[in-house]
Design a protein around this ligand. Structure first.
Ligand code: 5CA
Length: 445
């Protein structure tokens, strides 16, 4: 993309309403624009990152054997009356009527809708196990929407629902989600720690929240410091293997890690003092096993081999996709702007032309742009007629992990400058070598 032809409305001033760094940078980098309280327009740069996150979530869900589909955002109240949640859900549910006076609502989650599809089409244990999921907008009329996309009213969520014949099978689905989420967050450059949590209005006894440690997090968390040394890494997992998923679950959940709702001071204090950590975290996902609560209420049953009819065991599993943008920025920035992890960056590499209009500089930039593009990478070429300082400031603000700077002086010596956004380190290289190096960095991502 050439910046002169892109739409990147960066702001010079820090918007007064933004209280935390991710919200400030998302507004300043032209990623989002508030439409009304807790509701945002996604401008091209923000939309690009959102799509990248969605892609990672899809890839990892499919890898775990889960099946994508899409539900409507507007749902009939009748289904929610059947499950008993229509009255209980409270003010967070946005309710409305259509022209015929029928009660409708904007889905805050979709247990009912998925269970309804399931009960209409699945009758036999032979069709199990089954996990369906979607990435779809949700609406919760939060009393205090704040921190930009972090606590929105409209937000993008991946929500998945497993249907299993027994509690044992459903717990495997729970473990499988936990493993798959560890992989998903690591690909986004995040460490998200599974912590024992409270199930809230979704219900059930088994639940873990995934938390990214950050001072601006809304949840208070308590954990054993050893947990932050754990990495999922590039290990291969057979998601159908009960033993393999169980082993990962035990490794990542055996140490103390809880949100304030489930915190137990006595158990925590039994840990050696130097390992006890009290911190704040951003909840980027949550998994639940709730048994037959919804299947019994809605009559989602299957025939077992001996011909009896039993309600299926279910769980639901969510990732806050739009919230993740905020969480990643909170975890990865400096005083100049965002620092995108390579796995989610909107463009792979910036190209800064120090002297637009100079024949050699323009030619070298075009050649770099062409070579990077031919390798399947997406460069952002700042080809505007602006001062170098302004170009650097924009690149630093929008946070591309790598930048190639091209100027007439370097070109006389046959070199361009390759700079790492995270460390600030630069090296001078012939243009082909800079391209090769950027390609190598992204080869494994
Ligand atoms: N049905 C279940 C799992 S699919 C469910 O709704 N779970 S949830 O309530 O925990 O939401 C899933 C994730 O959505 C949360 O972990 C959080 O990351 C994100 N989320 C929840 N509320 C908001 C909000 N107001 N703004 C942005 N993200 C949110």
């Amino acid at each position: 993309m050439r910046l002169s032809r892109y739409f990147l409305p960066v702001l010079k001033e820090t918007p007064a309403e933004a209280q935390i760094v991710s919200h400030r940078y998302m507004l300043r980098a032209g990623m989002i624009k508030q439409a009304s309280a807790g509701i945002y327009s996604w401008l091209p740069l923000g939309f690009k990152v959102l799509r990248k996150l969605e892609n990672i979530v899809h890839e990892e869900q499919v890898r775990a054997g889960h099946i994508p589909m899409l539900m409507p955002t507007l749902q009939s109240a009748d289904l929610w009356r059947e499950s008993g949640r229509y009255d209980g859900y409270g003010e967070e549910m946005l309710r409305m009527q259509d022209r015929h006076g029928r009660d409708m609502l904007f889905s805050p989650t979709a247990e009912e809708m998925f269970t309804d599809v399931f009960r209409s089409h699945v009758k036999s244990y032979k069709d199990l196990p089954l996990t369906l999921y979607q990435i779809q907008w949700k609406f919760r009329d939060e009393i205090r929407p704040r921190f930009g996309v972090m606590r929105g009213r409209e937000f993008l969520m991946k929500d998945g629902y497993n249907f299993d014949q027994s509690k044992e099978d459903a717990l495997h689905a729970y473990n499988r989600h936990l493993v798959s989420y560890l992989r998903t967050y690591e690909r986004m450059g995040l460490q998200a720690i599974p912590m024992r949590a409270d199930s809230g209005p979704i219900g059930g006894d088994y639940t873990h929240e995934f938390l990214v440690l950050a001072e601006t997090g809304e949840s208070e968390v308590f954990y054993d410091s050893e947990i932050t040394d754990l990495k999922f890494g590039d290990r291969e997992i057979d998601f159908d293997s009960v033993e393999q998923c169980q082993a990962v679950l035990e490794e990542f959940t055996s140490r103390y890690a809880r949100t304030d709702e489930t915190h137990d001071e006595a158990v925590f204090n039994a840990l050696p003092e130097e390992r006890r950590r009290v911190a704040r975290g951003i909840e980027v996902g949550q998994i639940f096993y709730f048994g037959t609560q919804y299947s019994e209420a809605l009559g989602a049953t299957v025939q077992t081999p001996d011909g009896t009819s039993v309600p299926v065991h279910m769980g639901s599993h969510g990732i806050g996709v739009s919230r993740l943008l905020g969480a990643i920025i909170e975890a990865s920035h400096d005083d100049k702007g965002i620092i995108w992890p390579e796995g989610v960056t909107p463009f792979h590499c910036g190209i800064v032309n120090l002297k637009q209009g100079d024949e050699a500089a323009d030619g070298a930039c075009e050649a770099l742009y062409g070579s990077l593009t031919a390798l399947g990478l997406e460069p952002l070429y700042d080809d505007r007629n602006e001062r170098a300082g302004g170009k650097f400031a924009t690149m630093d603000l929008i946070g591309l992990p790598w930048r190639i700077t091209v100027g007439p002086r370097g070109l006389k010596n046959g070199v361009v400058e390759l700079t790492c956004r995270r460390t600030g380190e630069s090296e001078e290289l012939p243009p082909e070598q800079a391209v090769a190096k950027v390609a190598e960095i992204y080869a494994g991502i």
